[in-house]
Design a protein. Sequence first.
Length: 103
Amino acid sequence: MPATARIYKPAKSAMQSGKATSREWVLEFVREQPRAIEPLMGWTSSAETRQQVRMTFPSKEEAIAFATSQGIAFRLEEPHGSEIRPKSYAENFKFGRPARWTH
C-alpha cells in the first residue's frame, strides 16, 4: 500500500503572538492503522513508524516536488486566510461607535 502524506501550513499556536513558526510547510504521513492500547501498561502503540516522520519545507512547491520525486501520494491543504482589522486606540472613543454596554 503506498504511503499517503498530508502537506499543510501549520497555524500559529495560542502561545505565540507572531507567525515565525507558521511560515514553513509541513509534510506528515497519514496514519493508516489505529493505535492499539497495550493491555499490561495501558500505553498506546502502533506498528507504523511513518507517523513519526515530519518534514518541513520553506515553500509549498518544494514540499510537492519532494513528494512527487519520492512517489508519495499526498493531500494538499491550503491555509485559511486571516483577516487583519487595523484598529487604533482612538477608535475606542470615536463618536457614533456602537454601544456595548447599556445602563
